[in-house]
Design a protein around this ligand. Structure first.
Ligand code: SDX
Length: 394
């Protein structure tokens, strides 16, 4: 029997909430989506099966799976006008900035057809967001490379389409690699939802005012970008490059423990997991599979990461504080091996987390108790005092 937080409607006004989507036990390292263990889902499902589960509450049957995949596939194109938004950015703009801007701009295209009080229109907006994110990210990458946009192809699966929009060009087709497609599906599953993390809470708070779902998801993207949150996967690679070699690891472990040094070991620690992040175990296994498939098993960066993990997990400071590798520790290494540039890593996290964000947004709007979010504060400012005219101020 899950020890469920005693729900008090008064809490909804302060940003806390009740939810039936994801359950985490940080001490036991448990992560369930609608009651299913993350390891079972990662092992047995495609990403869209888990997207359906998180969004609708049950795994799809054969007919539901076919219809959902067909609906998502046929919403994957972006309005051609949106392609012009990309051209307003410099080519070297960070893809997360581009993604934030483009998704926010989608509100201008779909605002009028999204009555958030109509469950059917909410679901259409949800499908549109899930379907279009691979195109949004693929186009952000292509734009940064100075290459033409590649359009989604209806004959491909969700992950195949994404990888093709990233790596195909008009001059050379992308040939799907089943191992990499499977790995991408599994990585998207591992990032799909994670209860009330910072970016999901941002989406809920924005949505609690009745804002347009595209604008709410843009707010979630902004929150995810931070290096303490989804930006950590990019920060892990930056850190590994900075460490450079195994013999410099002790120097950085020392920095990470120094209270006066802002440096933290990126990819380690978690707000909730005080045991091993169950996603990290699956990510580590996927990492080895992908590097094996690509023949880069002896990738120096992976070896450095493995040695860093070994040393950190034997160090009293990290063990005492239960600072284990989290989901971001391995994902960056896999993405890099796949040829995805570091600046796009967090875009992939946002692509996957769109499922969780939009499912939680829908759940919030169906909760009759839900009021506009209003987090509380502890006032520590000046007490009441008389006005001081300008000529009397010190
Ligand atoms: C994600 O919430 C979610 O669910 C997020 C996420 C999701 O799926 O949505 O799981 C995704 O954001 C994963 C986390 C990715 N971030 C990083 O890898 C960045 C590095 N990690 C740290 O910034 C940190 O661990 C946090 C932000 C993740 C968690 O911070 P907490 O819970 O506030 O931890 P804390 O500050 O209470 O740490 C306790 C102690 C402190 O030392 P003391 O004051 O006890 O002496 O551990 C230390 C911290 O200084 N510490 C670290 C550390 N993380 C915590 N020391 C060195 N390196 C670290 N990474």
């Amino acid at each position: 029997d899950l020890d469920v937080f005693t729900y008090d409607p008064g809490y909804t006004s302060t940003g806390s909430c009740k939810s039936a989507i994801t359950y985490i036990d940080g001490d036991e390292g448990v992560l369930l989506h609608r009651g299913y263990a993350i390891a079972d889902l990662a092992e047995n499902c495609e990403f869209l099966d888990v997207a359906y589960l998180i969004l609708k509450g049950e795994l799809p049957n054969v007919e539901q799976k076919a219809k959902f995949e067909n609906d998502i596939t046929h919403h994957s194109m972006l309005n051609e006008q949106i392609s012009f938004f990309y051209r307003g950015f410099r080519r070297d703009s960070h893809p997360m900035a581009v993604m934030c801007g483009v998704v926010g701009a989608m509100a201008a295209f779909y605002h009028d057809s999204t009555d958030i009080n109509d469950p059917h229109q909410r679901m259409i907006a949800s499908y549109r967001l899930i379907a279009k994110m691979p195109t949004v990210v693929g186009w952000a990458y292509k734009y940064s490379q100075g290459q033409p946009f590649m359009y989604p192809q209806n004959k491909l699966s969700y992950s195949e389409n994404f990888l093709r929009m990233m790596f195909a060009t008009p001059c050379e087709e992308y040939v799907p690699n089943p191992i990499l497609t499977r790995a991408m599906d599994r990585i998207l599953i591992l990032h799909a939802d994670h209860e009330q993390n910072a970016s999901t809470s941002t989406v809920r708070l924005a949505g609690s005012s009745g804002a347009n779902p595209f604008a709410c998801i843009a707010a979630g993207i902004a929150s995810l970008w931070g290096p303490a949150h989804g930006g950590a996967n990019e920060a892990v690679l930056t850190m590994l490059h900075e460490i450079g070699s195994v013999d410099r690891i002790p120097e950085f472990i020392k920095k990470a423990k120094d209270k006066d040094d802002p440096f933290r070991l990126m990819g380690f620690g978690h707000r909730v997991y005080k045991n091993y992040d169950p996603r990290a175990k699956i990510m580590a296994q996927t990492c080895h599979e992908v590097l094996d498939e690509l023949g880069v098993k002896d990738e120096p960066l992976l070896k450095l990461a493995m040695e860093l993990e070994r040393i950190a997990l034997e160090d009293e400071y990290f063990v005492q504080r239960k600072l284990f590798p989290n989901v971001d520790f391995y994902s960056g290494i896999i993405f890099r091996a796949m040829g995805i540039p570091t600046t796009v890593f967090t875009c992939l996290f946002a692509l996957a987390r769109t499922v969780g964000w939009i499912a939680q947004w829908n759940e919030m709007l169906t909760d009759a108790d839900q009021k506009i979010g209003r987090p509380r504060q502890l006032y520590v400012g000046a007490g009441p005092r008389p006005y001081v005219p300008l000529d009397k101020r010190g």
